[in-house]
Design a protein around this ligand. Structure first.
Ligand code: SAM
Length: 230
């Protein structure tokens, strides 16, 4: 049986590129977005009661990694990016039906849209459904996952002269916590785990239309060396 699903809305997100998006929600609380709902879900009736909920599950499509042929095994970055494991043991983006799920903080409800934070989703992500987070059912104290037992340990993020001031100016212009966003995302060490730290190599990505460039002066340390409007 085939079934068609269609988006109830699209996420406007701080993340315009996949690189340096945290690998799960809640790792960067400063990562904000706006879920813009499509008719008829933009009507107030659809959102009634949501003001009593602090967090929601977003079910969405990994629209940038959809594939025709199903993968049975994937190489998750968490395991170094070079070890295969069954797709159902992972939260990889390449998966049957390309469906993702993230718990995000619901910061506000505006006509036809929801303000959310702690996201791990690309700008333009099609959202298929919203469900309230239910702590007694969703937060399981005894749950274990030996493949991902702990959140990744954050690494140190340093700022080269002027970069911090420039980031603060962009934060002011955007009305977004850009400095915190950069620090929280880079502290996750976005570099693929199989790449050996190399002090010559430069990395970069874009947050809210601001280009951020950095390098690794030593293992376990990131230094931001350029901030520019994209
Ligand atoms: N929390 C979700 C889950 O478990 O289904 C997503 C986990 S997945 C490992 C997170 C990564 O998906 C992010 O780091 C980003 O690189 C990627 N991503 C986010 N939005 C995407 C999209 N719309 N299409 C493809 N990849 C996306």
């Amino acid at each position: 049986m085939k079934h068609t699903v269609s988006p109830i809305g699209y996420l406007r997100s701080c993340f315009e590129e996949k690189f340096a998006i945290p690998r799960q929600p809640q790792l960067a609380p400063a990562a904000r977005g706006m879920l813009e709902l499509l008719p008829p879900f933009d009507q107030p009736h659809a959102l009634e009661g949501l003001e009593q909920v602090s967090h929601v599950w977003l079910l969405f499509l990994f629209h940038q990694t959809l594939e025709e042929a199903p993968r049975l095994r994937v190489r998750p970055p968490r395991l170094g990016g070079n070890r295969y494991i069954g797709v159902f043991a992972t939260r990889a983006t390449h998966r049957p039906n390309g469906i993702g799920q993230s718990v995000v903080k619901l910061d506000g409800i505006e006509p036809g849209r929801l303000r959310v934070s702690g996201i791990d989703l690309l700008d333009g992500t099609p959202v298929l459904d919203i469900k309230p987070y239910v702590p007694y059912a969703d937060a399981l104290g005894e749950a274990r996952n030996a493949l991902a037992p702990e959140p990744p340990s954050p690494i140190e993020v340093q700022w080269a002269a002027d970069c911090l001031d420039q980031a603060r100016q962009h934060a002011h212009r955007l009305g977004e916590p850009l400095v915190e966003l950069i620090e929280q995302c880079l502290a996750q060490d976005p570099r693929p785990a199989y790449q050996q730290p190399d002090t010559q190599r430069r990395y970069g990505t874009c947050f809210w239309g601001v280009e951020v460039r950095w390098y690794y002066p030593q293992a376990g340390v990131i230094r931001v060396i350029e901030i520019a409007r994209a």
